[in-house]
Design a protein around this ligand. Sequence first.
Ligand code: ATP
Length: 423
Amino acid sequence: MKRRNEHCRQQLVHCAQVRPLLEQEKQKGGAPCVEVPESCVVQLPSKRGGSEGYRFDFDRVYKMNSPGRQMFAEVVQPLLGRFLQGFNTTVFAYGQTGSGKTYTMGTATTFRQMSSGEEGDGIIPRSMRFIFDSLADIQDAYDVSLKVSFIEIYQDDIRDLLGDADSYVPVNVRESPDRGTFLENVQEIEVRSVAEAARLLEAGNLHRAVAAHNLNEHSSRSHAICTLHLEQRRRSGAQSSKDAPRFLRAKLHLVDLAGSERAKETGTTGQQFAEGVNINKGLSALGNVIGALSEGAGRKHIPYRDSKLTRLLQATHPTAHTFYHITIACNRITLLGVQDSLGGNSETLMVACVSPASYNFEPTLSTLRYASRARAIQNRVKQNNKYTPEDEIEYLRQQARSSLQHPSHNLPLTHLVPLFTLE
Ligand SMILES: Nc1ncnc2c1ncn2[C@@H]1O[C@H](COP(=O)(O)OP(=O)(O)OP(=O)(O)O)[C@@H](O)[C@H]1O
């Protein structure tokens, strides 16, 4: 693995996933109206049947039956490579309800699917397998900690999807001068394999708010954000090149937004109607953040604070470090960030999910316009390789605690060699 220090401006990577026309869409008289004339272009016909249609450029477009494998290899895997090199990274899926965000992300993947690896797998299960495989390759040289948080924003509440569903503890967004915006009361869970991660994500998914409406039988009623926090600490005496970093820390946000929806089309009433209103409110605030960021440096105020979604995604900060174990955890202080992901320190892939059905023309046009605005955003990314004496103290503490709790998982305490010589 190539490891070097960098600090540079980065354009977001944008791709579109145009899913196949579903049987129920055909039955409702939907005809395909989305064209992909080139591998980087999506076209819609003119609304009034004229010759002038709409054209949108992307870095890459995946259409109809493109297997998830191709998207993963072309745009996700390179991003994961950067994550493993200590860069914050984000994958965002957005689009109207029923357009295929959960399918594309693989948020609802079961334990069995994630462990076995199937052709139709989405981004999350493929990413998990890739990351664990890559970490296995460096385990002789690095102590590794991988932590995950999995939360949802439902109505105006943030819920910890890995928490105990029977004893609900409200998750609060807090702010402090040291930490910035952060979440409190989020569970931490440790795993050391794809199987353990899969079990965890499946359990979290069972807690996610889902309901049926006219456009989707399993519609997510919340925005879900799964974050992996990776820390790598070079082992003392490890065989590696002279410029190999001693320490790397990075976050990977996997964001499956709820879809925008119109009550007229979804046929929702009561509780589901209220959910739809909240979903649209959060997405509209996100749209405003994207709009403000796309104006570039001239725009001083970015309205991150206008919704829980954008505010939460602004939160950036980290917590205790556990090395040596591969850990999947949900931090008490979770570190998600549209501020990081959009306009901040993150390499970001945005996936616009689109239904080809003609009766979805308006929402599709709106998704593609949303995508065009986001193309102008630039992030400023840097490799996170700072390691402080406080980090070292925390590391030694965690190791000592861990050795007492799980003697079989740890190296003997005598093996611990600090990165710093503390005087
Ligand atoms: N690329 C694809 N190939 C085949 N079927 C797909 C594809 N993408 C989505 N689908 C199907 O479309 C339906 C809607 O997909 P999905 O639930 O992922 O939509 P969504 O955008 O997450 O919706 P919501 O916002 O309501 O949660 C599902 O039945 C799913 O299986």
